[in-house]
Design a protein around this ligand. Structure first.
Ligand SMILES: [Zn+2]
Length: 195
């Protein structure tokens, strides 16, 4: 299991580098990320959250009831998503599709104890590569779209607090400041993994 970096650690603010090598090293990192995500009970985990600024994230919505009924198309088909979970996204890009903006509560493994509302587009298109470098297109809505957007943001150095309304942020100001301070201490203790 890998250590999950916390708010206040600078690696979370780094835009990920493109993955160019699809070898055993990448597969091992993705497998370790999936293991860590499961241990921490998360729905997704990005490379920045394990100390590596890469365009790489994993998701697992296997717990989500009715997962296969969510609106999605993978490469123009509707395969049973629960069989594909956990999924790994390499070099992903996300484009919002014409849809409603939806507000829902989110959590993040890098912000323990904090849950708050974030408004995001309901439908997106995500182009990505799998662990073998094969390109795919996922069109997704609902919770799937939300998790993919949250994790994609991480790979761009963007955090869910950046997407929160001012009054939402104000309500969590004290725990956020506390977290950031703790995160800076952690970075000092463990070292910046990117250095
Ligand atoms: Zn997160």
């Amino acid at each position: 299991m890998l250590r999950v970096t916390k708010y206040g650690e600078s690696v979370l603010r780094k835009k990920g580098e493109k993955v160019t090598e699809f070898g055993a090293k990448l597969k091992k990192l993705a497998a370790d990320m999936v293991e860590t995500m499961h241990e921490e009970d998360g729905a997704g985990l990005a490379a920045q959250q394990v100390g590596q600024a890469l365009e790489l994230f994993v998701i697992d919505l296997g717990w989500h009831e009715g997962l296969n009924d969510l609106p999605y198309e993978l490469d123009g088909r509707h395969p049973p998503l629960d069989l594909l979970m956990p999924m790994t996204f390499v070099n992903a890009t996300v484009t919002p599709l014409k849809s409603d903006m939806v507000t829902a509560e989110e959590g993040c493994l890098s912000f323990p104890e904090i849950r708050a509302e974030v408004t995001r587009p309901d439908r997106i298109r995500c182009e990505f590569q799998d662990l073998d470098g094969v390109r795919h297109t996922l069109v997704a809505g609902d919770w799937l779209a939300r998790v993919v957007q949250h994790e994609y943001d991480h790979t761009q150095g963007v955090l869910f607090v950046d997407r929160m309304a001012r009054e939402t942020l104000r309500a969590i100001d004290t725990p956020l400041k506390h977290l950031r301070k703790e995160g800076r201490k952690l970075e000092k203790a463990f070292g910046n993994p990117e250095d």
